[in-house]
Design a protein around this ligand. Structure first.
Ligand code: ADP
Ligand code: MG
Length: 740
């Protein structure tokens, strides 16, 4: 059986890294003789491969190729299409083309101040030039009268075709089709390895070893998906017979990566679902009464998401749901109704935000909401008590690090005794030494890692509450399925009525003054403004310093007549709190803020946002900034300033200017920046896929479908027909328990 080794370096948390391949010692006893007919064992050292010696093996090891299997999966970066040769007279500018020609002359020339090789070549239809910029050594390879194959892009210079730094090789015997006359692999190399010799080695190796490869995909899956058998796929990925087979090979190998990833994700989901949770009653009169008393009618999207949640929490399997919704789409109320439902069932709820400012804001809006419906009876130790909602008082508390420790102790005690129904705080609520008497639901707001850590924190405490994770970062479907496939997904895809779209403009540096004038006019009309400082990457301290300087210029020179406030990440919670409070109460006109500060705040009177160095932010982040305005009834504006944007920066700016659709922006962000950068961090826990692309929706869904199907019929992969696959997964993830 051939076990398959996808390289999964940065897996989603919880999936362990694949076992490092143990380097087999080339012990003479076990080493098979290097014969043409008998391939070495897959786990054997590459030293066993014909053409690799003890001297060359270390060069392969350096590239991470230790075993025979590694070598099988050492795929070329690309292929040169030598199958469609052209004559010189047929060459066109632009596309990659190949010719066979005679070298007439070659010499070293200065081009652009660099020593370069220039050659004149010809075939029976004409002559042309080829240049290798900055490569004087090429000249040695191009002996006059040699017959060579050149492949590369052609440009037209003075009306004549020129090859610029083409791939080349001496024309081999016509019988030897490794290098020419076909799709020829181009392998990634390291010092001391040469393309031509590696290619020859690989051809021989692939020819010998692929017939012995058996497929780990179940028959049934293969039949249904019509994927290439593994051996064929590996062969065609290296030395494809046609362009179509090359693609089919890629497709099969990419499928394998995604399929195994999905099986891991499903296993994770299953482990979570094997826990027993509390089935909540969802049809209690108190809940309906509460919903009917809300100051607004829920949108259809909110109602639908709430129905998903209710269906989940009424089961004895703990919910794991991701609630996505644009900024301002009204996720909070969905969370509050869910938390209220837990309370109505006599259980506790935890509502967690990533920062203290946001936790306080949640606390305020939650208590304000309850207060608009019910009587606040006592106000004690940061605990609000509401009468008339349940057949007992409903107790809501805020717990943040910024409190007096005596007060914290009181709160902790109350939470432990079950005297708090809804606790609001940061993620520390479940991570620190706080014990809940009976935690029924945990809501985790705005987290990029989507609660992975919080969930394991809960589980390590032996708690299995229902979990609702909320995010305003629209995650493209493919990413959600790959990374968070163990979460069920609900999307609030509609904004509450009456929201207007935010007028967005990308400004050039010379328009800065008119931007300031515009802000001035808005302030005169009684509105407020945000100014996001230029991005400084070095550290939060330097960022704070730069923001302070910016603040000083703005407050004393640009807006001397306005009240300008500054917010940055180095301020302590109390400072931030008081600034936000002032801004919220309308005592300040302009808030100058660093981008690192989570401005996840709701200030309906703020109508203008100016973002400096906007080209340096990702689309999703720009969209988040923009979401800070337009939260009231007034027309709002967003201005993105860019000094000297790169082409990519320009593309991002024109996209954000033209759409307000967060999902579309997220898809674009993924396309432009790649999945690793998508969340603004490289440590996003994304698997490192070799063949598959995370944006390949069709294949991903196919893999997901097949994995689900298999999982339904044989979740533990016990059936004989799934044995090979089970071994394969075990090889990739050695400890099954770690799947979860
Ligand atoms: P987010 O999804 O960004 O967390 P919020 O929950 O903060 O959004 O809601 C944004 C604003 O919309 C709040 O002021 C909230 O009271 C209001 N809101 C939420 N749902 C509705 C609704 N169905 N109708 C009208 N206003 C709503
Ligand atoms: Mg919110």
């Amino acid at each position: 059986m051939l076990a398959f080794l996808p390289k999964l370096e940065n897996q989603p948390a919880g999936i362990p890294a694949p076992r490092k391949t143990v380097k087999a010692k080339p012990a003479a006893k076990t080493a098979r003789p290097k014969t043409d007919g008998c391939p070495p064992a897959l786990d054997g050292d590459i030293y066993l491969v014909k053409g690799i010696s003890a001297a060359t093996a270390p060069k392969f090891h350096k590239m991470g190729i230790n075993t025979v299997r590694d070598l099988l999966y050492y795929f070329p970066n690309r292929h040169l299409d030598y199958s469609r040769l052209k004559k010189i007279s047929q060459l066109e500018a632009g596309s990659e083309q190949t010719i066979i020609a005679n070298v007439w002359q070659s010499k070293v020339n200065y081009m652009g101040g660099r020593r370069s090789t220039e050659a004149v070549l010809g075939d029976d239809t004409g002559n042309m030039r080829a240049v290798w910029f900055n490569n004087p050594y090429m000249v040695r390879n191009l002996k006059p009268n040699a017959r060579v194959v050149l492949s590369g892009r052609v440009s037209i210079f003075n009306g004549r075709p020129v090859f610029e730094s083409p791939e080349w090789e001496e024309l081999p015997d016509e019988a030897d089709l490794i290098h020419t006359g076909r799709l020829v692999p181009v392998y990634p190399l390291t010092a001391g390895l040469h393309q031509r010799s590696l290619r020859r080695l690989m051809k021989n190796f692939i020819d010998i070893s692929t017939p012995g490869i058996s497929d780990f995909l179940p028959e049934d899956t293969l039949k249904r998906t019509r994927l290439l058998p593994l051996a064929e796929a590996i062969r065609q990925a290296h030395f494809p017979d046609t362009e179509e087979l090359k693609d089919a090979a890629r497709n099969r190998l990419a499928f394998d990566e995604l399929f195994i990833l999905q099986l891991g994700v499903l296993a994770k989901k299953k482990r979570w679902q094997e826990q027993t949770g509390r089935a909540l009653k969802i049809n209690l009169p108190a809940i309906d009464h509460f919903i009917s008393q809300l100051p607004f009618k829920l949108t259809d999207a909110q109602t639908k998401c709430l129905a998903d949640i209710k269906a989940d929490i009424s089961k004895s399997v703990p919910m794991s749901r991701l609630l996505q919704g644009e900024v301002g789409s009204g996720k909070t109320i969905v969370a509050v109704i869910s938390l209220f439902t837990a309370a109505a069932n006599g259980l506790q709820g935890a509502f967690m935000a990533p920062t203290e400012i946001l936790a306080e804001q949640h606390f305020k809006s939650v208590t304000r909401l309850f207060a608009s419906i019910a009587k606040v009876s006592t106000l004690l130790d940061g605990v609000y008590t509401f009468e008339g909602l349940l057949d007992r008082p409903l107790r809501v508390a805020l717990m943040i690090s910024d409190m007096k420790s005596s007060q914290k102790d009181i709160l902790k005690e109350k939470i432990k005794k079950g005297e708090i129904d809804i606790a609001i705080g940061t993620h520390a609520l479940i991570q620190k030494e706080i014990r809940f008497k009976s935690l029924g639901l945990a809501v985790i707001d705005e987290q990029h890692r989507f609660g992975v850590e919080q969930r394991s924190a809960l589980r390590s405490k032996g708690l299995n509450p229902h979990i609702l994770i909320m995010t305003a970062t629209p995650i493209p479907r493919t990413l959600a399925l790959t990374l968070y496939g163990e979460l069920d997904l609900s999307v609030i895809d509609e904004l509450p009525p009456g929201r207007q779209s935010i007028k967005t403009r990308w400004l050039k540096p010379e328009q800065r003054n008119s931007a300031y004038n515009f802000i001035r006019k808005q302030i005169e009309a009684g509105r407020q403004a945000f100014i996001i400082c230029p991005l400084v990457e070095e550290s939060e301290a330097i960022q704070a310093k730069a923001a302070t300087a910016e603040y000083e210029t703005l407050s004393s020179e640009v807006f001397p007549e306005s009240k300008v406030a500054l917010l940055h990440g180095r301020m302590n919670a109390a400072e931030k709190e008081s600034i936000m409070k002032h801004f919220n109460e309308g005592k300040m006109d302009i808030l100058v803020s660093t981008p690192v500060v989570e401005v996840g705040i709701d200030i309906p009177n703020a109508t203008v946002m100016l973002v400096e160095s906007a080209d340096r932010f990702g689309l999703s982040q720009l969209h988040q900034f923009r979401g800070r305005v337009g939260r009231g009834t007034e027309q709002s504006y967003c201005m993105f300033l860019a000094e000297n944007p790169s082409l990519l920066g320009q593309e991002r700016l024109s996209i954000i200017e033209s759409t307000q659709d967060g999902f579309k922006l997220a898809e674009e962000d993924l396309r432009l920046r790649g999945p690793g950068e998508f969340f603004g961090t490289r440590q996003s826990g994304l698997p490192d896929l070799r063949m598959a692309s995370i944006s390949d929706v069709g294949l991903l869904e196919q893999a997901r479908r097949e994995a689900t199907r298999l999982f339904e019929s044989d979740p533990e992969l016990n059936l004989p027909e799934n044995k090979a696959l089970e071994e394969e997964i075990r090889r990739v993830w050695p400890k099954k328990s770690e799947w979860s």
